[in-house]
Design a protein around this ligand. Structure first.
Ligand SMILES: CCCNc1ncnc2c1ncn2[C@@H]1O[C@H](/C=C/CNC(=O)c2cc(-c3ccc(F)cc3)cc(O)c2O)[C@H](C)[C@H]1O
Ligand SMILES: [Mg+2]
Length: 214
């Protein structure tokens, strides 16, 4: 039977990366996506910006919206301090199944909770289901028209505290114009644009870092 692109990404990880070595998993996916098949991972260039924001925030609790194959999940989790937790939401069961295996190959199962389901259903249940008070860092990389409604939902559910950092991928390409307008004009956020390129290409894209001011 025909394999899917996520399955071919998992194969590339299992063939070329070392079990328990997150950096080798990241390298294997980047090599595959740069040389064999493009895929919508945040990639190595924007990934370095992601790494620097994660290191700066040094979060105890992280929420990722949109796991896909788990590339950014592995990047983030590999930088977390010992007892920190990353919850990642993915509503496509096929992608979730692949991501679980990528996360396991990297040896990061203990730091990552992959929740299969839609952000709109799960954000309101974060406190009761996972004992999360607030998130120190949120990485938004799911459907671009869901960034804004989900940000408003996180505010309504009191999941953001003074200093919580939102980091959004693709604010230029494919773009998230309503989200960008919101976080850049709202007095409750301090926003900063990190110019970069669409993964594995020369097309402009970037990450928007927005600090919630409470
Ligand atoms: C209920 C919905 C919301 N709730 C949800 N709850 C849970 N999971 C959700 C939700 N909404 C979506 N997901 C999952 O997240 C993933 C979705 C990821 C989406 N990412 C893009 O579309 C993109 C495109 C390009 C791109 C650029 C240029 C091109 F030419 C082509 C493509 C580049 C990029 O870096 C990109 O991240 C995954 C596929 C999908 O199942
Ligand atoms: Mg993206």
């Amino acid at each position: 039977t025909q394999s899917t692109r996520p399955q071919r990404i998992l194969d590339a990880v299992q063939k070329n990366a070392t079990r328990g070595d997150p950096r080798s998993v990241v390298k294997a996916i980047d090599h595959f996506c740069r040389n064999k098949e493009w895929a919508m991972n945040v990639g190595d260039e924007k990934g370095c910006i992601l790494d620097s924001v994660v290191s700066e925030v040094n979060p105890a609790t992280v929420l990722e919206l949109g796991t896909y194959c788990g590339y950014s999940t592995v990047r983030i989790a590999s930088l977390l301090p010992p007892h920190a937790k990353l919850i990642t939401l993915e509503f496509n069961p096929d992608f979730a199944a692949i991501a679980r295996q990528v996360i396991a190959w990297a040896g990061l199962e203990d730091k990552v909770q992959l929740v299969e389901g839609a952000s709109g259903d799960w954000i309101p249940k974060m406190k009761e289901q996972f004992g999360v008070k607030t998130f120190d860092l949120v990485f938004l990389d799911h459907w671009k028209n869901s960034y804004l409604p989900d940000t408003k939902l996180m505010e309504e559910c009191s999941l953001l505290r003074k200093g919580s950092v939102l980091l959004a991928d693709n604010v230029i390409c494919p773009g998230a114009p309503d989200y960008l307008e919101f976080v850049r004009s709202s007095p409750r956020y301090k926003s900063q644009y990190f110019k970069s390129h669409l993964e594995y290409t020369k097309v402009e894209d970037g990450l928007e870092k927005s600090v919630f001011l409470g």
